[in-house]
Structures are given as C-alpha cells and as structure tokens.
Design a protein around this ligand. Structure first.
Ligand SMILES: Nc1ncnc2c1ncn2[C@@H]1O[C@H](COP(=O)(O)OP(=O)(O)OP(=O)(O)O)[C@@H](O)[C@H]1O
Ligand SMILES: [Mg+2]
Length: 384
C-alpha cells in the first residue's frame, strides 16, 4: 500500500521584502495506491514545488503529507521510500550505466548480489542490458532518460515521482518513452506522481489528472471526465488541442426557448462590417443549465470537433448554423483545422480532410450544442 494523502499543503517561498511567493496554496489531493496521478498546469503553477515537498526536498510551510498513513513532514527524504526522476537526468558522467544504476543501492549498503540482481532486472525491463558498460555520454537522450528511470526502479520505492522527465527528448522519442513509462507503471504496479506541462502527456498517461493554476488545484478527475466535463473555464481551455472555443455573449429568453446571443465588439454600437454575431437556440439540457442566467453575460464553450461544415452534416438543425468566414485552413492529414471568424470571435473547427477550403470563403457551420458548455465569466465556473 502506498497511498499519498496531501492536506492543506502550502508553500510560501520567503522574499527579502514582502509577504513571500505563495507557490502552493492549501491544496488537498489524495493519490490512491498504485495510481498514476499527473500534475499538469502552466509554468510556475506550483507543480515542481508540490512534488519536491512530497520528496522532502522542499520545506513545507503548512499542511501535511502522509505516505501509507504516516505523516512524513519531519521524515528525511532518504527515509521516505520515494524515488524521484528529474528532467535533467543528473547521471554521473564518469560512471558506467551499471554503476549509475547501482549507486543508490551501494550508498544504502545493499549486499552486492542483491544490487547485481536489481540492476540486471531493471536493465532488462528498460532494454538497457546491452548498454551496461557504456558511459552516459555514449548514450542517446532517450537511453539516458531510461537510465535515470532505472535508478529509481532499482530502489523499489513505494512512490515514484517524475518531474517533466521527457522534456529533453525530441518529439518522437517523447511519444515512445511516454508509452514505456505507462507500460512500466502497469508492470510495477507502483504509485506514481508525474509532473508535466504537456496536456497530451497528461491525457495519455494519467489514471487521473490534477490541473493546477497559480498554486491552486482547478480540478482532479479522470482524463475523459476533464475533457468532457470541465468544471471551469481554465480546465476547459487548458485540456484539448486545439483548445475549446469560447464565445462571450448573453442568454435571452424568446417565446419558447433560450438563445445564446454573441456579444458584439464592445467598442462598437453596430456590428462591424461583415460581422454576424451568433444567435443560437439552446437545446433543452443546456437551456436548463442557463435558465438562472437570463439576460446575464455568459461564455459559451464548444470544442472544435463539435463545429461542423453544415454542408456535409446530415440533419444539421438550420437554427444552429451560422455563416462565418475562413481565415486559415490547416490540413493536418487526418483532418483539417479551419480557423474561422464570426466577425467578433475567432474560433476553430475540425472538419473532413477531403473537402477543399479557400481563405476568406464564407461557409455555414453547424454548432452541435448538445456538447457545449456555459460558464459564468466572473467566477469561471461551469453552469450545471
Ligand atoms: N526557490 C524559490 N524561491 C522563490 N520562488 C520560487 C522558488 N522556486 C519556485 N518559486 C516560485 O514558485 C512558483 C512555483 O514554481 P514551480 O517551480 O513549482 O512551478 P512549476 O509549476 O514546476 O513550473 P514549470 O512548469 O516552469 O517547471 C513560481 O512562481 C516560482 O517562481
Ligand atoms: Mg517545474
């Protein structure tokens, strides 16, 4: 059992003057035994600080961290039964791969045969068997990264901590190493906490994802829950590529239904030339969620895959279509991204790669509002 329970965890870095930098703001997070938890968020949101506090490398300002039911605030890093893999692998350049893998165990006075068995087991697991005599400088970036992971594995820790371990690798290598780490997690059945700012890594690797911003947790959930049911504008905009489209506007009640009406450019009374603000009747469920916000500003969020070319959509409801202008068409191969404009808002649609599109062409798009979200623009919270 290696469950990690974090309660009201806070980190304030002292400054010479002023109240200090509040890097982590009273967060609560439980990482279950054998879970792969990803901490994700933009640069400076407090991911590394959180991980380093779990590892014991950073002093805790307030709150507690418990591993396996034992509060470890006062426990030395070496006694926490945790292994951490960093972005810069920090291998010993003058030692062979074998000695790099063995080093931590030697320092802990493990018997030689035990060290040898563990090193060979980890090397086999990571495909390093043929490289044990090499020095780090004679390895590729991906191989070095595997040695760094191997050094953690030989320790057989209760919890693995990873801080952006793949960011020094090229794009292809990142994808293959990411798969290797996922497989490793499945084989070792260990608890892992993995920090990244890459939302694709987070989505593909995590059992659950913890999205952070400015030292706060914005949402903790399984990947598809985050994607399909974001709790707030930040998560909605952070997870997904291209990101969710947002339209600012107001909800209006007409005779029988509730409509979302896109706000015109604030600076102008009338619509600017060629602008065609959206006016979209909401389906029943979305209307229910928005019913408390009639005549109030809201943000309508809809993912690029739920905006379709109306011409090629069967059963497109004409009331939920709008004519918009193509600004850029990006063929990706399997699909095409259309960068569109209502004249007020720029947004993206993912459409079929076989259709041809011209810049400045006007097309009708259909908004599949059954997959849309409404947010309160002040609090950022999703309307439920
Ligand atoms: N030693 C320090 N002294 C003062 N402030 C610090 C220190 N280390 C980090 N910070 C600040 O704490 C905040 C969180 O930093 P942290 O390194 O945890 O971010 P991060 O989420 O890991 O970012 P990145 O993705 O860039 O690695 C930042 O505002 C950072 O400037
Ligand atoms: Mg960091």
């Amino acid at each position: 059992m290696a469950k990690v329970v974090i309660e009201s965890l806070t980190k304030v870095y002292p400054e010479k003057t002023g109240p200090g930098v509040r890097a982590v703001n009273a967060i609560d997070l439980t990482v279950e035994d054998r879970e792969f938890m990803v901490l994700v968020g933009p640069s400076g949101c407090g991911k590394s600080t959180t991980l380093r506090m779990i590892a014991g490398l950073e002093e805790i300002s307030a709150g507690t961290i418990a591993i396996d039911g034992r509060v470890v605030n006062q426990v030395l890093p070496k006694d926490r039964d945790i292994a951490m893999v960093f972005q810069n692998y920090a291998l010993y350049p003058h030692m062979s791969v074998y000695d790099n893998l063995a080093f931590g165990l030697k320092m802990r006075n493990f018997p030689k045969p035990e060290i040898d068995a563990r090193v060979r087991e980890a090397a086999a697991l990571l495909g390093l068997d043929q490289l044990l005599d090499r020095r780090p400088k004679a390895l590729s970036g991906g191989q070095r990264q595997r040695v760094a992971v191997g050094r953690a594995i030989v320790r057989k820790p209760k919890v693995f901590l990873f801080d952006e371990p793949l960011s020094n690798l090229d794009a292809k290598m990142r994808v293959s190493t990411r798969t290797e780490i996922s497989k490793l997690h499945a084989r070792l059945g260990a608890t892992m906490i993995y920090v990244t700012h890459d939302q694709v890594e987070a989505m593909t690797m995590g059992d659950r994802i913890c999205v952070m911003k400015d030292g706060d947790i914005m949402q903790v959930a399984e990947p598809l829950t985050l994607y399909n049911h974001p709790e707030n504008l930040f998560v909605a905009g952070f997870i997904g590529s291209p990101p969710m489209n947002f339209f600012s506007g107001t909800l209006r009640r007409t005779d029988r239904r509730i409509e979302f009406v896109e706000a015109r450019e604030p600076a102008r009374e009338a619509a600017p030339n060629g602008s065609n603000p959206l006016s979209l009747p909401l389906p029943e469920e979305l209307a229910r969620r928005g019913a408390g916000c009639i005549d109030q500003p809201v943000v309508l969020g809809i993912r690029p895959e739920h905006v379709h070319d109306a011409l090629t959509t069967t059963g497109a409801d004409p009331a939920r279509t709008a004519e918009v202008r193509i600004e850029v068409a990006e063929p990706m191969g399997a699909e095409t991204y259309l960068y569109l404009s209502t004249g007020v808002t720029n947004f993206v649609a993912r459409v079929r790669p076989t259709d041809r599109f011209e810049v400045n062409q006007r097309i009708k798009v259909h908004f599949d509002l059954d997959h849309a979200h409404l947010f309160d623009p002040v609090t950022g919270r999703v309307l439920k």
